[in-house]
Design a protein around this ligand. Structure first.
Ligand code: HEM
Length: 115
């Protein structure tokens, strides 16, 4: 069980790298477009996050509020990222683009700082 947990946490970190890395590439190339790395990254976060949340809930000191906040933020990000990618938008509005990057950073911050 411990190995499964570690493997899921590892995949969760790779998903974070993909979604934030994809966003950084779009920022630095000044294209303000969303890419497949972001889509697969957020899908990985949602899939691994749900299982990690299930495992965490089994612990007596589980932080349900934190997991709930992360789930809401990640679902919001899923919609914000998937719609422009599926519609093959060349670029998104600047506000949408920067809000997405900020929300990814906030979600990772919630994971790390809310103990
Ligand atoms: C954009 C979306 C997400 C980002 C950027 C993100 C980021 C992270 C990061 C960086 C960690 C590692 C924290 C640490 O080890 O100190 C983590 C852990 C965790 N995340 Fe996420 N996450 C996201 C989505 C989700 C979702 C949707 C859920 C569940 C509903 C979730 C549940 C968890 C849980 C339970 C852990 C603890 C894992 C453990 O300690 O074994 N995450 N997340």
């Amino acid at each position: 069980m411990e190995l499964v947990h570690l493997l899921l946490r590892y995949l969760h970190l790779l998903g974070f790298a993909a979604v934030f890395g994809g966003w950084l590439v779009a920022l630095l190339s000044k294209r303000l477009n969303f890419n497949s790395a972001m889509l697969y990254g957020i899908a990985t976060q949602l899939a691994t996050g749900i299982v990690l949340a299930g495992l965490a809930s089994a612990e007596p000191d589980a932080n349900h509020a934190k997991i709930g906040v992360k789930a809401v933020l990640a679902l919001l990000l899923g919609v914000m990222i998937a719609i422009p990618v599926w519609k093959k938008r060349e670029k998104v509005a600047a506000g949408h683009f920067y809000a997405t990057g900020a929300l990814i950073a906030v979600t990772a911050g919630v994971a790390v700082f809310w103990t």
